[in-house]
Design a protein around this ligand. Structure first.
Ligand code: CP
Ligand code: NVA
Length: 311
């Protein structure tokens, strides 16, 4: 069953083909109204007629929710969205039983969960593909959209230097997971108290992923093709005051961005908190690609759903 749970589980060839398809599908619908169905790459029309994606959210979402919904419409399918509290899940029905039942109704399920274990439990009990729409461990859909955005800037991923400056969180974990497949060098600058689990980094290094850790923000940024960060307080984090204090030296400002390669891209998965992880100047500046990055969630996820469904 082709579940989309972690970029570490999917072959480099499949990840490359998902990204290629995302680029091609985006180009093929240039100029169409956003709700129009896809023309297809050869005029064959949308590929997921009659297919339905269920989406379950245990926590908030703007981009993931709207991009998957619009993506399914463009593919000729439809989606059903519920929060776990709308469902019997919120009253104690098991994840396994929910998976078995939804498998009888829909063609694929996307879940955004607090604990990653919820998504893997669901997948183990599902007869249809399961897509990870963010967990406390990772955010694989986001990183494919990010890599698509970097490629759109003309940067070849193999050999590129991508620098993460900030919290060692779930979004960073997916950049680490994907490093072996795409061949970029990932530089990480995070405070010791909020650094990524070394086991995740070691697993990527064991697969020849080029990951460099323990860098200062300046050293991480130096000569980089892209600077990437995320909010300092993720959904579910309860230690806001400690985080703001520890992460303040890791703010991306014009001086840090100035150390990167000329024209380097600034990425952020959003939502962003101006004055914390980056200055408003950087977020709004001409090197910021955050709005393209948000749009590319749509295109990348359409390719992900098609990969899961084999169409
Ligand atoms: N970047 C991202 O996943 O955004 P949402 O939380 O709004 O879905
Ligand atoms: N790291 C953030 C990403 C939000 C899209 C969080 O988990 O809240």
């Amino acid at each position: 069953m082709p579940h989309f749970l972690s970029l570490a589980d999917i072959s480099a060839a499949d990840l490359r083909s998902i990204l290629d398809q995302a680029h091609a599908m985006k180009a093929a619908r240039t100029g169409l109204p956003k709700g129009a169905t896809d023309p297809g790459l050869n005029g064959e029309g949308p590929s997921l007629n009659g297919h339905t994606l269920a989406m379950i959210f245990e926590k908030s979402s703007t981009r993931t929710r709207f991009s998957f919904d619009m993506g399914m419409r463009q593919l000729g399918g439809t989606s059903i969205t519920a929060t776990s509290n709308d469902m019997q899940l919120g009253r104690g029905e098991s994840v396994a039983d929910t998976a078995r039942v939804l498998s009888r109704f829909v063609d694929a399920v996307m879940i955004r969960s607090n604990a990653h274990r919820t998504i893997t439990d669901f997948a183990e009990n599902s007869d249809v593909p399961v897509i990870n729409g963010l967990s406390d461990f990772n955010h694989p859909c986001q990183i494919l959209a990010d890599l698509m955005t970097i490629e759109e800037r003309g940067t070849k991923l193999n050999g590129a230097v991508l620098s993460w400056i900030g919290d060692g969180n779930n979004v960073l974990a997916s950049f680490v997971n994907a490093a072996p497949a795409f061949g970029y060098e990932l530089r990480i600058s995070s405070p010791d108290s909020y650094s990524l689990d070394p086991a995740i980094i070691q697993a990527a290094q064991d697969r020849q992923g080029k990951i460099v850790t323990d860098l200062s923000p300046q050293d991480a940024a130096s000569g980089a093709d892209a600077l990437i960060t995320d909010c300092w307080v993720s959904m579910g984090d309860t230690d806001k005051a400690e985080r703001l204090k520890a992460l303040t030296p890791y703010q991306i400002d014009a001086s840090i961005l100035g150390k990167a390669k000329q024209g380097a891209a600034f990425l952020h998965c959003l939502p962003a908190y101006r004055g914390q992880e980056m200055t408003a100047e950087v977020l709004e500046g001409e090197q910021s690609v955050v709005w393209d990055e948000a749009e590319n969630r749509l295109h990348a996820q359409k390719a992900i759903v098609r990969w899961c469904l084999g169409v």
